[in-house]
Every structure is written in C-alpha cells, then in structure tokens.
Write a protein that binds this ligand. Structure first.
Ligand code: C5P
Length: 409
C-alpha cells in the first residue's frame, strides 16, 4: 500500500483499556508512514496499560482524555469528531463495544463517537469468553447493522493464558483492512427492488403478500458498504431506510415498474428482491365496495414482470432474481433463471410452518440455494444481514468474472 492509494488524511485513534494497548504506538507509527495524521483519544482504563506521554510523543500531538479539558476548548468532542476522516479504536474493549451499542456519552471517546459522522472501525481485543459472550455478540451485531466496521479479532494465544478469538488483529492485517478503500463494488451502480407491492381494489382495500422487505433492505445496506451507489425501489414496508442509499418509495407494481425503468439503464447490477404482486384489479372501484352481494368476483390483469423487462433491455445490467417457492424449489428456480434470462437466481422456501409463522418472508433468518448458468450451491440458514453480506460478495465476484470474460473475448 502506498500513500497515493490512500485518501484518508486524519485518523482519530481511540485507545481503550486492554493489554493490547501496548501495540497502539506501532499502529500510530505505521499510519504516519502512510502520510496520515493521527490524534489519540484514550480512556481512563487505557492509562493503566499505556502511558499518555508515549502516545503523545509518537503521535506528535497532545493526547485527549477529558470531555471538558482544562483549556477553553469545551466543544472538543465535536471538533475532534469533525476533524477525523475515520475513527479507529484499537484495542477496543468489550465495555467500549457495549457503550457504543447503547449510545453512552460518559467519556470523551464515547461522546465523540456519538457525534461523529465519519466511518468508525473497531479492532476488538479481549478474553475469548468475553468475545463469545452473547451480550458482546448481540452488541457486535447491532453495531454492524448500523455500519460500524469490525477489524478482527484474531484467534490465538491470549495474554490470560487462554486460546481462542479475542486477540487484536495482527498489525499488518489490521492496517490493510483499515486502509483498503478499494471495495468490491466501488464505482458500481446497484439497483434493488424490495418489499411487497399493494394493488388497490378500492380506496381502502388492496391485494398484497407477506414480504417484509428485510432481505432487499439488507442487500441494499451491504451493497452500499461494499462501495456501490445504491438505489432502492421499495414497496410499503416498516423498515428504516439504509444509510446512504437512494430510496424511491412506491406502492403498486406499476409504480415499481416505472421507477425501475427510470433507473435501469444507468445500473450495472439489478437485484430484484421484491415480491411483486403478479396480478392487479382491472378496475379500481372509486368508492368502497359494499358487501351486498353474496359472491364477489374480481377481474385481475397480469402485472408487468419487472425483472424480465429489465433483462430484455439492449443495454441491460447484470440481473439477479429471487425465487420464493413453496414446492419444487430447484426445478422452479432453474426454470426462472432461463426464462427470465438471469445471471443468478437466489431461491428459498416460503410458506407457513406449524406455528403459523411465515418462513423466509417475514423472518430475520433465511436459507437460500443459489443457481447460476454455471452451477448451484446452498448456503446454511443464517441472519439476513449476514446472508446479505455473503450474497453481495458473491454477486460482486460473479459480476467481475462476467465482465472480465466479456472484455477478453
Ligand atoms: O415469477 P416470480 O414472481 O416467481 O419471479 C420472482 C422474481 O421476479 C423476483 O426476483 C421478483 O422480484 C421478480 N419479479 C418482478 N416483477 C414481477 C414479478 C416478479 O420483477 N411482476
């Protein structure tokens, strides 16, 4: 890695209490070698493991410790948060992870993390049992879902004599991951549909399905984190908009079709994760339909197949579909892959289980089978946020290979 590859100029290094704090001077020195200015904030417990004077001498700047410093700079946390291009907390203790998860602002470092708008990276270092504790793991999951990046921890011998995950990542690897700004989807435009659509019958009723939108939203967040410029065309859902994603809210399949068509030509990759209603009423009653008749027949017309329309475009993006199936998963998924002319289809089983829950559609977990024209493989059941990360990596690599092939033949 050389200086010119690195657009980060100002790094705020947070040092929390842990034996690995003795490695902080080396981290500062190595960042400086990349042309980066480092300012250090240490917590009270960090002082038990490393001296302020050492960090001050190596960074060449005063070390910040108090929310209210002795001079007049009472807004220090805001100033520091604005100054930093990135915040790196190494080593990061279990306690600090917990503070950050719950939004505490009881010391300078936690306060400025709350005020910061720049990316935050945590390099955890702790006893392996503390790392594996469900409380820590829940906190880590929550932070990841908010966009906080984790570097490590690594596995190996620990200062406490135990062996396992919890060591500070080896410094070369830590810095490689921290400084590597070239992400898998850098410069790529990704268009994603998510959620159900609602097809109005009259002013108060509609036809819809059980899609929660969670898979599409998780994919949008992960694609954004992988460096893509993401446009998310979303049906009606109850989910917060993913960070730094352009959102287009729609209700009906026709509106989703229009929004997708407006963005499809500019897109490099199109991921159709929405559960689009296949049919909509031929006529929408102007007034609420009365329950006077003993039978009511609805006349429905087929909605446009958005994915097929996009994959038939001349200047089409790389197209990925989803297949939510209640039966014959493999046959149906493969048939859709061919018929809709897709590069990949991600299939999962849906339907009600014995407890009446909707598997796949409304849950936080998903188990999928991936089919491409080259072959297939299955991923085990996992959280949708983790699955989305793996799918985005797979999509990026498959896209890259297809793109390379196109340019070498
Ligand atoms: O044909 P089926 O609905 O099972 O296909 C599922 C895939 O096609 C999903 O990726 C879904 O988002 C997409 N689709 C679409 N427009 C429709 C119906 C499905 O884009 N009208």
């Amino acid at each position: 890695m050389n200086k010119s590859q690195n657009p980060t100029h100002n790094v705020l290094l947070g040092v929390t209490g842990g034996i690995a704090a003795y490695k902080s001077p080396e981290i500062i020195r190595r960042l400086q070698e990349l042309g980066i200015t480092v300012r250090v904030v240490m917590t009270e417990s960090a002082e038990k493991f490393i001296g302020e004077v050492t960090l001050q001498a190596i960074s060449g700047h005063p070390v910040y410790k108090d929310i209210f410093s002795s001079d007049d700079r009472v807004m220090e946390h805001i100033d520091l948060a604005r100054w930093a291009d990135k915040i790196l907390i190494a080593p990061c203790s279990a306690d600090f992870i917990a503070k950050l998860t719950h939004g505490f602002a009881d010391n300078l470092l936690s306060t400025l993390c709350l005020a910061a708008e720049c990316p935050i990276f945590l390099a955890p270092a702790m006893n392996q049992a503390m790392w594996h504790n469900l409380a820590t793991q829940d906190n880590v999951e929550k932070l990841k879902s908010r966009g906080v990046e984790f570097l490590g921890p690594a596995a190996g011998n620990q200062a406490c004599g135990e062996v396992g995950y919890g060591r500070l990542l080896e410094i070369n690897q830590l810095l490689d991951e921290f400084c590597n700004t070239e992400k898998l989807l850098s410069g790529k435009k990704v268009l994603i549909t998510a959620g159900p659509t609602q097809e109005a019958l009259d002013p108060v009723r509609y036809i819809t399905n059980h899609s929660s939108g969670k898979m599409g939203y998780a994919l949008a967040q992960q694609a954004q984190r992988a460096g893509a410029e993401v446009t998310l065309v979303s049906g009606p859902v109850h989910l917060p908009t993913p960070n730094q994603v352009n959102i287009v809210n729609v209700i009906s399949a026709k509106q989703m079709y229009d929004a997708v068509m407006e963005n499809a030509e500019q897109a490099d990759i199109f991921i159709a994760a929405a559960a689009v209603a296949d049919y909509s009423p031929v006529d929408i009653a102007e007034q609420k339909i009365k329950k006077s008749q003993s039978e009511l027949n609805l006349e429905l017309k087929k909605n446009p197949d958005i994915l097929s329309e996009v994959s038939s475009m001349d200047n089409r993006p790389f197209c990925i579909g989803f297949a939510a199936e209640t039966e014959n998963l493999e046959t149906n998924a493969k048939e859709k892959l061919t018929r809709k002319k897709l590069e990949m289809i991600i299939a999962n089983r849906v339907g009600q289980n014995e407890s009446g829950e909707y598997k796949g559609f409304n849950s936080d977990q998903n188990k999928v089978h991936i089919f491409t024209p080259m072959g297939s493989h299955e991923l085990p059941e996992m959280k949708k946020s983790i699955l989305a990360k793996q799918l985005v990596e797979l999509i990026a690599l498959t896209y890259e290979k297809a793109y390379e092939k196109k340019h070498t033949t």
